[in-house]
Design a protein around this ligand. Structure first.
Ligand code: 4AD
Ligand code: MG
Length: 484
């Protein structure tokens, strides 16, 4: 007989019919008074209470019901007499599926710091906080597919190993099978001879699936990728991972405005899905954030609670401004005038996170879409805006900035005009001879098209209210850190 004949705790907790036999399996959170087990199986943040008839239960078995142990319980689902829950289970039999030595199990039934839990990331998903975060993450992943599938987009897989540098940023992890002890083959000029490497050329982990995504869009009109991307940038911040997941839709026949509309609708769809499907998790995370912010000075605390913030974002239009307007707002701001910004503000700079945060958190107090960035600070594939003042060329870029996060989406209308694209690649030193395949999209039936990339972990941060990106991915990869 199959083993798995249990009911998930989430389903039991909402069951209206009681006094029936049920089987549950899960991990013990607490066991108090030798009588009440709080059991969790990850299907919900809520535990089910198991009532043990300890007088008729073997002493040795009782001792094995410890925090962290995995058990199977058969019993009767009954209305609960105690407060705090509708139903509970009167245990008939309890079976230990896996012991957990209470002395050694690192998760004690008390509050642990996020820093401590990061050290035991292989167990932290068994806590309320991380259970909630990863269930929210799951909802956002599922809702991503629902959103794009619902609009007829084709799910498209760009390669993980690639020979191109999509962003031209050069912060890539090299992929090679050549020896690293100095004995790798060399060319006449002394450089490493990658023609003898596994792929016969120099390769790396992808920083973005966009360029291959554009090829897909030129066939299916609308595609989206959802995969891991890698950046070897040495940024030890609460917003950067070396391995992160990105959703990159790419659409033929979209201009920058269509692109913004899609991105805003997508973000709202994700928020709505989480509010609907993760009410208990978000309530917990909301309370947790309020608790955490108690130790902060008043002006550092969020004005809105987590759920209030999500509802606000869902129900209000994102602000849309140009880069030039953003610079004007910043130069007229109090922190600028009082020299509180660390970085100077003038037309042409890349907006620093302090600037982005001022715009969304202090000035507009909502997500902001910034368009029309200077061409010089953006990638080669972005479409040149027509009619720019010489020296003030801008591109049809759009970044979405979110409160507490900063940049959550980066995208643009793409340069579909072959000559302009080549000129830009030459100017930026992007090797055109290695990218003939990409240029073919402009040679053979090119069209106006657009796309964007949403940083999945930053979105999970936004929805869960977690302040450190290391806490929204199961196994974070950051500089000097690659456990598991
Ligand atoms: O702005 P980025 O670099 O844009 C691209 O890669 C484009 N090719 C996307 C496209 O148009 N298809 O990255 C997109 C998003 C950022 O807005 C940010 O949310 C996230 O990816 N991101 C990171 N998230 C975590 N850790 C990092 N190191 C990240 N770098 C970018
Ligand atoms: Mg960007």
């Amino acid at each position: 007989m199959a083993f798995n004949i249990r009911t998930k705790i989430k389903d039991l907790l909402v069951r209206e019919v009681t006094n029936q036999g049920v089987i549950v399996m899960g991990w013990v959170r607490t066991f108090r008074s030798n009588r009440f087990i709080a059991l969790n199986d990850g299907s919900t943040i809520n535990n089910i209470q198991i009532v043990v008839d300890f007088e008729n239960t073997d002493e040795a078995l009782l001792k094995r019901i410890t925090t962290g142990a995995c058990i199977k319980v058969s019993g009767q689902l009954v209305p609960s007499v105690g407060s705090g829950q509708q139903v509970e289970i009167k245990a008939d039999t309890i079976e230990i599926l896996g012991d957990s030595d209470a002395e050694k199990f690192p998760l004690q039934p008390k509050k642990h710091s996020l820093e401590f839990l990061r050290e035991i990331a292989h167990l932290r998903m068994r806590t309320n906080t991380f259970g909630a975060v990863f269930r929210v993450r799951n909802t956002l992943a599922s809702a991503t597919h629902e959103f794009f599938q619902g609009r007829g987009f084709v799910y498209w897989n760009s390669p993980i190993i690639t020979a191109s540098d999509a962003e031209g940023a050069g912060e890539m992890f090299r992929v090679t099978t050549l020896p690293i002890d100095g004995s790798a083959p060399r060319t006449d000029d002394g450089s490493i001879d990658f023609s003898q490497d596994f792929f016969g050329k120099s390769t790396n982990l992808t920083v973005s699936g966009q360029l291959e995504g554009e090829l897909g869009a030129m066939a299916f009109s609308e595609i989206y990728t959802f995969g891991p991307t890698f950046r070897a940038e040495n940024s030890n911040t609460t917003r950067h991972l070396a391995e992160f997941w990105m959703i990159e839709p790419e659409m033929a026949f979209y201009d920058i405005e269509d692109n913004m509309n899609l991105a805003e609708a997508y973000i709202k769809f994700l928020i709505k899905a989480a509010l609907e499907r993760n009410a208990d998790d978000l309530k917990f995370l909301d309370d947790r954030l309020k608790e955490e912010e108690k130790s902060l000075p008043q002006d550092k605390r969020s004005e809105l609670g987590l759920i209030e913030k999500l509802e606000f974002v869902l129900n209000n239009e994102f602000e849309r401004i140009t880069y030039t307007e953003a610079i004007d707002i910043l130069r007229n701001s109090t922190p600028y005038k009082k020299k509180k910004f660390q970085y100077d503000v003038q037309w042409g700079i890349d907006l620093q996170s302090e600037h982005e945060r001022y715009l969304v958190e202090k000035h507009f107090k909502k997500p902001v879409i910034v368009t029309g960035y200077p061409a010089a600070i953006k990638a080669f594939y972005m479409r040149m805006n027509d009619g720019c003042e010489p020296g003030k060329e801008t591109v049809a870029a759009m970044d979405i900035l979110a409160p507490g996060i900063g940049e959550i989406v980066g995208g643009s209308q793409r340069e579909e005009r072959y000559d302009k694209l080549i000129a830009r690649m030459d100017a930026m030193g992007v090797p055109t001879h290695e990218m003939e395949w990409f240029l073919d999209t402009r040679r053979f039936g090119g069209c106006p098209h657009s796309g964007f990339g949403l940083g999945f972990e930053r979105m999970v941060q936004f929805v869960s209210g977690m302040t450190n990106i290391r806490d929204v991915i199961p196994f974070a990869r950051t500089p000097k850190n690659c456990e598991y």
